[in-house]
Design a protein around this ligand. Structure first.
Ligand SMILES: Nc1nc2c(ncn2[C@@H]2O[C@H](COP(=O)(O)OP(=O)(O)O)[C@@H](O)[C@H]2O)c(=O)[nH]1
Ligand SMILES: [Mg+2]
Length: 201
């Protein structure tokens, strides 16, 4: 179901990260820039944005399910329908970088998130001395731990809005729509058909 009861395809996106990384601020920022509907819910925030990819309009539903330790146990139940993951990192808090790295590794181990695209947000770039996206990428060893999925690391500030629209653009590029899967299946079918045809020649 899409917005206004329409049948637009919908892609569910999980916004994950430690508490205070900036997840809610990011959602708030997106709402003021482009949001068309808000569903405030206890325990988590949801934003629905209208997006467009390969001339298909779809609804991007962003779930901020809370990073507090007590909410982390619930992350799993949100994983099932996810089409992409956004992992927000506080680039200014070096003391918690290792904790964030472990959390990301844990998240990526989830069977339900296997192969899903990942956008890492190197948030709080407006803070003096914040680690750069490259530094975070190296510390997290992203090239290695994301070798089986599409990923992108975006420097941003949910507070000032710097990099937020770019992050959204990357997300739309990488997110898997239900129709994408169909297209892949169709193109496999077509390849098989062509191979079969050429082998008969
Ligand atoms: N300087 C700065 N502060 C931020 C930024 N994003 C979030 N914050 C602040 O960090 C704190 C935690 O943000 P919040 O969105 O509640 O984090 P959450 O727990 O991940 O949802 C709040 O005080 C925000 O104002 C940012 O990009 N820059
Ligand atoms: Mg929050």
């Amino acid at each position: 179901m899409g917005l206004h009861g329409s049948k637009q395809p919908e892609a569910q996106v999980l916004i994950l990260g430690l508490d205070k990384a900036g997840k809610s601020t990011l959602l708030y920022k997106l709402r003021h820039d482009a949001c068309v509907s808000t569903v405030p819910t206890i325990g988590f925030n949801v934003e629905m944005l209208e997006a467009r990819k390969k001339s298909v309009n779809f609804i991007l539903t962003l779930w901020d399910i809370g990073g507090q330790a007590k909410m982390r146990a619930h992350w799993k139940s949100f994983h099932q329908d996810a089409a992409a993951v956004v992992f927000v990192v506080d680039s200014s808090e070096k003391e918690r970088l290792e904790e964030a790295r472990k959390e990301l590794e844990n998240t990526l181990r989830s069977e339900q998130l296997r192969g899903l695209p990942l956008i890492i947000l190197a948030n709080k770039q407006d803070v003096d001395g914040a680690l750069t996206a490259t530094e975070i990428s190296d510390t997290f060893n992203l090239k290695k731990i994301c070798s089986t999925r599409d990923w992108f690391i975006q420097p941003c500030s949910a507070k000032t809005g710097f990099g937020v629209q770019e992050a959204l653009k990357r997300l739309v590029q990488l997110v898997k729509l239900p129709s994408d899967t169909a297209t892949v299946k169709d193109s496999i079918k077509e390849t098989v058909h062509n191979l079969a045809a050429s082998s008969r020649r």
